[in-house]
Design a protein around this ligand. Structure first.
Ligand SMILES: Cc1ncc(COP(=O)(O)O)c(CN[C@@H](CCC(=O)O)C(=O)O)c1O
Length: 402
């Protein structure tokens, strides 16, 4: 009997498995609307000019390949924190934010989950929105936390179930952790308004909950890195201690470079040093220290005013192309095809995704018959659409729902 004969075959990943199915499809009409990765107007992955220029600067600087420290490239983590908390953040000035480089957003979430499992002084229960990014659930379970859910999406209004969200958070035990998508909620594309964030901040304070922000799309939602950081900066300004996970996969197009950061706000520099020392003790036996290249790219952009400006322009450009595709798709479904259903949510939703409301069997039929690939919850990555395929997509949806 082999050592591994008891190992069962596991299911493909609900998101990354879609790309595998797409790649196996040979039909020329195929469209991949699964993975949340930006594609340009020609359907191609997009390497930002700011990234190309940063790499030219790096090549000229002839950087070495020495190990980074356990918490990564210090100038990168400082600049990542400035991007999230604001250049004039009081906490940054007091050096009271413990921050480490991470293996992109997923790595930041995992460090956060592990740190909480080891050091959090209250009930190690984390509330995730329903629905949420699928990987959140196994990620926090594998970190050793108890996962619970809070209502977030109202399928009737195809909008935020704010009443349900508040009720569920109000009934959470004191000290529970609540995961909040800082902007561009995945998969629904539905975000609280700034007024609703203010109300949530009050509720979280009143219930003494711990806000754990996942900000994987800063700049990508509205095109403004400042606007997209509203919730994070408001909660900090209101005195909350927060955890924050940042990803530079989407807003800098650094997907495979795996660039991210994890931070915890603390009460002062002395506490920040204690917390950071424990983050190091946790990371060292996990992967010791993070990869160099992507962090240098991100840091070169964040620390060079010209490149920073060019990058912000490109993020805005990506966000605008997606917003434009939302308009095009909405107009096709309503004015051209008169497709049954109310499609207003396609325009009102924000960020990379649109939660179409298509049922699983319709998603399956679109894959099998029309060679259009999306996750089985009806989520589509809007960036997969462009002028040459949006009409084919709309007609296929029209056929699927009629
Ligand atoms: C809310 C959220 N947090 C974290 C991540 C992790 O991204 P990193 O690449 O680790 O920085 C994603 C990526 N979700 C996308 C990308 C594909 C995936 O990893 O699932 C998606 O949902 O399609 C995300 O949507």
């Amino acid at each position: 009997v082999s050592t591994w004969s008891a190992v069962p075959a596991g299911p493909p990943d609900p998101i990354l498995g879609i790309t595998e199915a797409f790649k196996a499809d040979k039909d020329p009409r195929k469209i991949n609307l699964g993975v949340g990765a930006y594609r340009d107007e020609n359907g191609k992955p997009y390497v930002l000019n700011a990234v190309k220029k940063a790499e030219e600067k790096m090549a000229a600087a002839q950087l070495d390949k020495e190990y980074l420290g356990i918490t990564g490239l210090a100038s990168f983590t400082q600049n990542a924190a400035k991007l999230a908390y604001g250049v004039d953040s009081e906490l940054l000035k007091q050096n009271a934010i413990a921050v480490t480089q991470s293996i992109s957003g997923t790595g930041a979430l995992r460090i956060g989950g592990a740190f909480i499992a080891r050091h959090y002084p209250h009930a190690k229960v984390i509330y995730l929105p329903t629905p949420t990014w699928g990987n959140h659930i196994p990620l926090f379970k594998d970190s050793g936390l108890e996962v619970r859910r809070y209502r977030y999406f109202d399928s009737k209004t195809v909008g935020l179930d704010f009443k349900g969200m508040k009720e569920d958070l109000k009934s959470a035990p004191e000290g529970a952790i609540v995961l909040l998508h800082a902007c561009a909620h995945n998969p629904t594309g539905v975000d609280p308004t700034q007024e609703q964030w203010k109300e949530l901040s009050g509720l979280v304070a009143e219930k003494k909950l711990f806000p754990f922000f996942d900000m994987a799309y800063q700049g990508f939602a509205s095109g403004s890195t400042t606007r997209d950081a509203f919730a994070v900066r408001h909660f900090v300004a209101q005195g909350h201690y927060i955890a924050l996970c940042q990803s530079f996969a989407k807003n800098m197009g650094l997907y495979g470079e795996r660039v991210g950061a994890f931070s915890l706000t603390t009460q002062n520099e002395e506490e920040k040093k204690r917390v950071e020392s424990q983050i190091k003790i946790l990371i060292r036996p996990m992967y010791s220290n993070p990869p160099l290249h992507g962090a240098h790219i991100a840091n070169t952009i964040l620390s060079d005013p010209e490149l920073y400006q060019e990058w912000e322009g490109e993020v805005k450009g990506m966000a605008n192309r997606i917003i434009n595709m939302r308009e095009r798709l909405y107009n096709l479904l309503t004015h051209e095809l008169n497709t049954p259903g109310d499609w207003g949510h396609i325009k009102s939703q924000i960020g990379m995704f649109s939660f179409t409301g298509l049922k699983t069997e319709q998603c399956k039929a679109l894959a099998e018959k029309a060679h259009i690939y999306m996750t089985m919850d009806g989520r589509i990555s809007m960036a997969g659409l462009n002028s040459s395929n949006v009409e084919y997509f709309a007609r296929s949806v029209d056929a699927a729902v009629k």
